[in-house]
Structure formats: structure tokens, C-alpha cells
Design a protein around this ligand. Sequence first.
Ligand code: GTP
Ligand code: MG
Length: 258
Amino acid sequence: MTLEFLEQAKLGDRRSLARMLSALENGTLHIKDALDAIGETSEPRNGQWQTLAITGAPGVGKSCLLDGLLRHWAQLGIRVAVLAVDPSSPRTGGALLGDRVRMTVVDDVELNDLIYLRSVATRKASGSVPVIVEDMTKLLLALGWQRVIIETVGAGQSEVRCAAIADRIVVVEGPARGDGIQAEKAGLLELADAVLVNKSDLPGAELHADEIRESFELGIGNKPPVLLTSAVQHTGVSQAADLLLTLASSGRSERARW
Ligand SMILES: Nc1nc2c(ncn2[C@@H]2O[C@H](COP(=O)(O)OP(=O)(O)OP(=O)(O)O)[C@@H](O)[C@H]2O)c(=O)[nH]1
Ligand SMILES: [Mg+2]
């Protein structure tokens, strides 16, 4: 039965895919058995990432930004799956519906074949959430999704560990609020391979980008690129999408990750 679902999922059947991911989530399917059944391992191609985490404080615009990034990637013909870890952020308190509204790209009939959106129910999970996210990622890659994006609120240990399983970590910040760099407080900035300062349509964004660049001057390893974006005005988003596609590891994250 499982084999049939996996085969269907590989052929593009979303119901079968959802079923298999849920089975991983509730512990009735083991990733090793699933991968054995599929009989393929996905090897990373020429050093490019397969998994990318998008993280940052609640409400900085991760979902809105991701919508724009997905649209750009789908237009290039890339198949991208998104795992949204606990979309019920402290700010919105259970707004999976709200996230669906933000992700307009899934309603675009021209593009939605190339995009799969799935939330990870952290409260229902039978085991460690980062492990489940990692297993779901492996399954998606084995089933032919080219890139997997993990959206997680950058607050709390478990969420940071979810980000740390990705090949690259993108930290999203908002404009300066006079209380420093949010990601720095959460220990996220040292994990960043790139930083997107979103809401660049609001005052204080450029100032904040400069603050972040300055803080990288002090660090070790490659300096992660810092870009300005406005998810609502669609500025800087295509540029960010292109840059992220071939983003190199800053080398900082490997050290910090363990
Ligand atoms: N002005 C402005 N507002 C934005 C921008 N991007 C997002 N927002 C607004 O910021 C709010 C939060 O956006 P989300 O995309 O839900 O933020 P998020 O980081 O995914 O939030 P959580 O998942 O709850 O942590 C929404 O009201 C958006 O309309 C932007 O570029 N400029
Ligand atoms: Mg969100």
C-alpha cells in the first residue's frame, strides 16, 4: 500500500504525497523504509543547495517574501516544496489560513504544478520536530522535488534546529526599530548565509541593512550578502531569488551549527 502511495506521489499525486508526509509525521512510516521503497537517493548537484531555511522574527514578512521567491523560481521551471514549521507563530496564533492567503502563488494555475506547500504540525508530532522536518525533506527530494524550503520562526531552540538542518540559512529582518538586530538576539545572525532586510518600503530599512553589514565586519568567514527587499512592493525580490538560487555557504554556519 505504502509503495503504491509513494509511486503515485512521485508521479505528482498530491494526495498520496500528503499521506506519506503525514505518515512520517505521526511515526507510522520510517524514512529509511520509504527511501528504500523509492530506490533512489538524491545527490546534491555541483555544490548547490537542496534545502534552504528561511527564518526570522515573527511578522518580518517571511511568508510574503517566500511567495515572491517561489513565483520567481517557478517561472524558471524549478520544482520547489515548502515546509512551514508551525505557522501558528506567537504573532498570529494559528494562522495557517493567513499563510494560505499570503501564498498567492499556489492559486496561480500556470505555476502551482511546480510548487508544493505543506505545514508541519508541531503540536501533533510524535517525535522530535527537527528530525521530522529532516525526514520530510529527504522524502520530498527523493520524490523529485528539486529544492525544499523550510520556513520557521526564528525563536526558540527547536525552530533554530529546524533551520540548522538546511544546507543554507536565510535570515529575514525588518527595518530598524531602535532595539538592535532581532536575529542577533536569537543567535540567528551567526548562522546566516544571507540576510534579507524586508519591508524596505518603510523607513529604517537601509539603516538596518548597514547595521547588519557592520556586524558582519567583525565576524569570521565569508560575509553573507545583505539585500533589501519589499515583499509588498515587489522590489528586490527577483534579485534576491536569483542570488539565493546559487547562494554559497558563508562557512560561518557550519561552525555555528555544531
Ligand atoms: N510594509 C511592508 N509590509 C510587509 C512586507 N512584507 C510583509 N509585510 C506585512 O507584514 C505582515 C507579516 O507578514 P508575513 O509574511 O505573514 O510575516 P511572517 O514573517 O511570515 O510572519 P510569521 O509566519 O507569523 O512569523 C503582513 O501584514 C504583511 O502584509 C513588506 O515588504 N513591506
Ligand atoms: Mg509566516
